[in-house]
Design a binder for this molecule. Sequence first.
Ligand code: FAD
Ligand code: SIN
Length: 560
Amino acid sequence: MFEAIDHRRYLIPFRSALLPQVFTDTLVIGSGAAGLRAAAAAAEGGEVIVLAKGALDMSSTAWAQGGIAAACGPDDTVDLHFEDTIRAGAGLCAPEAVRVLVDEAPGIIDELIAHGMRFDRDETGRPALGREGAHSVNRVHHTDGAATGRELVRCLANWVAGLDVVRVFDGCFALDLLTIGAGRDRVDGRVAGAITFHEQFGLQIVWARTTILACGGAGQVYRETTNPKTATGDGLAMAYRAGAELADLEFMQFHPTTLYVAGAERALISEAVRGEGAHLLDHEGVRFMPEYHELGELAPRDVVSRAMEDRLAATDAPSVFLDVRHLGERFAKRFPTLAAELALFDIEPARDLIPVRPSAHYTIGGAWTDLEGRTTMPGLLATGETACLGLHGANRLASNSLLDTLVFGRRAGRLAASVAGPPVAPARIVSDIDTTSRAELDLDDVRSSLRSVMWRNVGIRRDGTKLGDVEEMFEFWARYTMDKIFDEIAGWELQNLLTVGAILTRAARARCESRGTHERSDHPGPAAEPPAHVGWRRGCGQPILHPADIGVKTGEEQPA
Ligand code: FAD
Ligand code: SIN
């Protein structure tokens, strides 16, 4: 499987000298919270180009609901936030990264407010704080109940629009990172920008002194997901092809409560709803979470998702239910956008049960970075859901992701701003692909088979035999998909999904233990040896181990 995938360096054949060229100091690929925050910081050191493959509101950020965690309440401290994060991470959080996250969190909220972000307020005028799973106090800052992401994108997009040196290209798809100083199969080059495709302007080369990957996650690799259609793991696949290390991909977080109406798009029902007191009932009307965890419905997400899977299997039902009937009219008041969404399906929460089931939500793994976003390749930084610095360990604490994008997006942007040097010079890059096989595949069919197989066999519960079968399946798909050249975004996305799905499956098979979101029925419980982050790099068939107790790398160990 890895031969077919590792063989590909670029998705399309091209000659850089023959394409239109654009130059910038920093190229940010992605316009979610991570990309926009990084761009605002990078703008302090020169010109910035930001790419979004769709519209600005087509990102996980724009869809975020519950909010942003920060220890600002009277009964809260950054140490408590630190402890909750570490506990949720199941022994694999990098403590230095968590420390930075929680310490910088209150300042991030102040900064957003200073840039015009509206948060819901309590009767005293202070930001109202919500509660979510595994948090020991209320600390989640939210907007319009559960429409925090929409307001965050508005705020950050406005901020960036006010910066003359930043240009945002939407509808611009990055196919691959450009590396200079690397042979065809070598992975020791320097990243110098990207090749992009715009529906109106076609292919283009963007040369950049620093490139920041902020492409979000890969939820679309699963049939059931809360993620937008754009979350196809492009950043992870691009980084892998260029030679950067990816780590911890086996840790995919499954969110317990996705609205389940057969045939309709899956839509998240925020964990904040359970924070307000919602119960989970099975098909027989039994409230089951207290049997599984002392925190009941507010147990960590992995615990709730697994309990729901058990219940679905035991009752042979397609969903369980969120019950908010006892909240009466309070539900619609606190969550107006959710109430409106449910009304589309004629669900009236004060009267009806809400059918829910778990789905893939958050890609914990990503391009392996340090605290400033340096990947293992010079010239390439990564941030947000595309990155992995060990921060979330084996299970992310609710509402720590938007915070992660803002804290570490800012750090990556500042590093990019500080990189001095002459203007980027164009290099001659020739991508010759040793196949002329133009693709004639039913892309929708392959994409949907891949997503179903991932959901069934690499989902909430895994076992070694099935993972082995899926690896074989990927080998088969990779043989006839990775040797083709596509000329449309759907084909490139499929190749990216295939790359990420294959690495995720291999990583899940290699981790012979159960930890956090990764549950192996053939290896119940954590392994006896000390936990480690596991990395994968193109052309290096063996996993790369980073013992968790060594902690996150410091800047000096990584190339700038
Ligand atoms: P995204 O916001 O996903 O942005 C990715 C960007 O990359 C997009 O602009 C996309 O167009 C661009 N892109 C991708 N590929 C390419 C390409 N090939 N070329 C060009 N551009 C590309 N977390 C919380 O902390 N609190 C919450 O309340 C919360 N609620 C959530 C609700 C939902 C429904 C979902 C799906 C997630 C939620 N999360 C929440 C998680 C959080 O929203 C995400 O982890 C976070 O927003 C990721 O931000 P990002 O900037 O890394 O990526
Ligand atoms: C939610 O609102 O339940 C999502 C929060 C998160 O993913 O952190």
